[in-house]
Design a protein. Structure first.
Ligand code: AMP
Length: 115
């Protein structure tokens, strides 16, 4: 039978290796394999929500938790000058993995607009 799990579900299930920096009962965080900044982390809820558009009202606390983990990991990575958090959503947002994830980018001066 076809394996319909997303890549990030396979990382959560430990079937694909990743450089994991944080894990708790609600999410996992690991280093992006193609980093766009000296620190580039992905924070992924264990719940397999495809995109931001699939969030339900009851997911509000979970999303808040992802941001609190982002803040904690940014401190651990010593991103004292600041950093950026991003949810890419859908085609125009250039989302490539359809399992919700929060990017944390830092360690260099970022530019705006993002392009
Ligand atoms: P997005 O384009 O917002 O869906 O982000 C997906 C991210 O996953 C990209 O930044 C990729 O570089 C990253 N990525 C793809 N495969 C892996 C992997 N095996 N381990 C860690 N990060 C990955």
């Amino acid at each position: 039978m076809a394996d319909e799990r997303t890549l990030f579900q396979k990382i959560i299930d430990r079937d694909v290796p990743a450089d994991i920096v944080h894990e708790d009962e609600r999410c996992i965080a690991f280093r992006d394999i193609n980093p766009q900044a000296p620190t580039h982390l992905l924070i992924v809820p264990r719940k397999p929500i495809p995109t931001l558009n699939d969030l339900e009202p009851e997911d509000g606390e979970l999303v808040g938790h992802l941001f609190l983990v982002a803040k904690q990991l940014a401190a651990e990575e010593e991103l004292t000058e600041g950093y950026r958090t991003v949810f890419n959503c859908g085609d125009h947002g250039q989302q490539s993995v359809y399992h919700l994830h929060l990017h944390v980018l830092g360690g260099r001066q970022l530019s705006w607009p993002p392009g």
